[in-house]
Design a protein around this ligand. Structure first.
Ligand SMILES: Cc1cc2nc3c(=O)[nH]c(=O)nc-3n(C[C@H](O)[C@H](O)[C@H](O)COP(=O)(O)OP(=O)(O)OC[C@H]3O[C@@H](n4cnc5c(N)ncnc54)[C@H](O)[C@@H]3O)c2cc1C
Length: 462
């Protein structure tokens, strides 16, 4: 039976698109456990029809299937066992159409985010999702994760950019919901079920995204502040004074900034390290002269009110890129750490991080706690490193980080999702009835529990 499935999969996609043995083990999970991949095979289809055939075959055999995009998720969403089949979308990497007048991009789900951004830019349009993993992560992956990223304050989460999609259910049924319109209330909006459900309800094969106009003005500044309350005051002021152009508001604690810029890190520091927080503030608009004047006037106002210790305004594309490269330099921060991604009121973030630092220092004096994140979207990342982690220490750290969050009524995942890693903590953020409905949906769409089993919720458990 086991060999029958492999033979059938080879017939569907061709022998050379089914990897087994050492070719599977040589693939590592790059951003999370760093473990090598265990699976019966990695199967790479080239079309929706092939995905449908694979799912029909696996469903009939009770064979579990784990979809792989770019493998950049941070929550063990792609974790496998030696009994799973991996369904890699990497060959489905065609941008099908960029329609300037409709403002849409249609693509297969294995297209990387960066390739989609470039295809939109080539048509003088703007793809509104951006995250640091852009070169590797795929459109199907960011949609399955409902990724957030650097531009949420202006354009919303990935969900807000998806107009339509096509997905294959566990039994091979193809749900083609390739809507291209901003408005379409013809019955249930089925695409929403697949967005953010981390590959447990269906395999996304094609997508339609809403593009935006390319910005004609671009301003970026790096600011240094001596306390978190000043950062919150800057955010409130920027939201009020730049309502139509504010496109990013990112915060980095000094623990982040000083690790990635020289002398400890590799990047040139536009501002000296050592202040409490650093902020990247960005606007994108249509009139460079007008928008720059408004941006500079905001910075002057902040300086006069004593909210800034220092600041630098980028004067060229290369200076803008240098500032953003600091925020994108997450590998030294998250590489060997246990990483958290929580949501809470922006005004509570400073106190929350302080409490986490204190709680972790009590338990593990050698640990480092690094804060950074998309403050404009109520989202802070906390990376706990410097510990020789085992499962018991991980649990203790998680209990502190989530324990501190409960006092602020926060969410355990702002944007990274649940995967396997946060499943046991889901009841902190979702009620019993909500989790029950998630399981009901999973059982209805995947009664044999073959699609990414155990991620988000354990449908096998009542
Ligand atoms: C350097 C770095 C920066 C990051 N920055 C951000 C950020 O700013 N904001 C943010 O939200 N996230 C961020 N992330 C995490 C983020 O979740 C992922 O980068 C991205 O959303 C995952 O895309 P992927 O193609 O790698 O998906 P994968 O990691 O391969 O998969 C993610 C999940 O979706 C499922 N899946 C993948 N493809 C499909 C498909 N076609 N159909 C159905 N299910 C599928 C998988 O089974 C898995 O559960 C970052 C990660 C890194 C490494």
């Amino acid at each position: 039976m086991r060999n029958d499935v492999l033979a059938a999969l080879k017939t569907i996609v061709g022998e050379r698109h089914v990897l087994t043995g050492d070719a599977v083990a040589s693939i590592e999970f790059p951003w999370n456990t760093h473990a090598s991949c265990a699976a019966r095979a990695i199967v790479s289809p080239a079309s929706t029809a092939e995905v449908a055939e694979i799912m029909r075959c696996c469903n009939a055999a009770g064979q579990t299937v784990v979809p792989f995009g770019g493998m950049t998720n941070l929550v063990q969403g792609c974790a496998t066992t030696a009994d799973d089949i991996v369904l890699s979308l990497a060959r489905m990497n065609r941008v099908e159409d960029v329609d300037r007048s409709a403002g849409t991009l249609t693509a297969q789900s294995g297209v990387t985010l960066q390739a989609a951004q470039e295809a939109a830019a080539a048509a003088d349009m703007f793809f509104p999702v951006d995250i640091g993993a852009r070169a590797s992560c795929q459109l199907g992956g960011i949609v399955s994760n409902n990724a957030g990223g650097n531009k949420v304050i202006r354009y919303g989460m990935t969900r807000d950019t998806v107009l339509g999609l096509e997905a294959v259910l566990a039994d091979g049924t193809v749900i083609s919901s390739m809507n291209r319109y901003i408005k379409n209330n013809s019955g249930f909006d089925l695409k929403q079920m697949f967005i953010g459900s981390e590959g447990v309800l269906g395999v996304i094969t094609r997508l339609v995204f809403r593009l935006r106009a390319t910005a004609r003005s671009h301003n970026v500044a790096l600011l240094a502040c001596e306390k978190f309350d000043d950062v919150v005051a800057i955010l409130e002021t920027a939201n009020r004074s730049l309502p139509n152009t504010l496109s990013a508001f990112e915060v980095m604690w000094n623990s982040f900034y000083s690790l990635v810029v020289r002398p400890r890190g590799r990047l040139a520091p536009p501002l000296a390290p050592g202040q409490a927080q650093y902020v990247i503030i960005e606007t994108m608009g249509v009139d460079q002269q007008h928008d720059t004047a408004a941006f500079e006037s905001l910075l002057e106002d902040l300086m006069e009110r004593g909210l800034l210790v220092d600041g630098v305004l980028a004067k060229s594309d290369s200076e803008r890129e240098l500032i953003w490269s600091i925020r994108d330099e997450v590998e030294p921060v998250i590489g060997n750490a246990h990483n958290f991604d929580v949501s809470l009121r922006s005004t509570d973030v400073g106190e929350y991080v302080r409490r986490v630092e204190a709680a972790i220092a009590d338990l593990f004096p050698e640990a480092s706690v690094i804060g950074f994140g998309h403050l404009g979207d109520n989202n802070v990342h906390v990376s706990v490193g410097g510990i020789d982690f085992d499962s018991d220490k991980i649990r203790q750290v998680e209990e502190q980080v989530y324990g501190c969050l409960e006092a602020f009524d926060g969410a355990i995942s702002a944007e990274h999702g649940i995967g396997l890693e946060k499943r046991q903590y889901l009841p902190i953020s979702r009620s019993e009835a909500e989790i029950g409905l998630m399981k009901t949906l999973k059982r209805a769409l995947d009664p044999n529990n073959i699609l990414n089993p155990g991620k988000v919720v354990d449908a096998a458990m009542r």
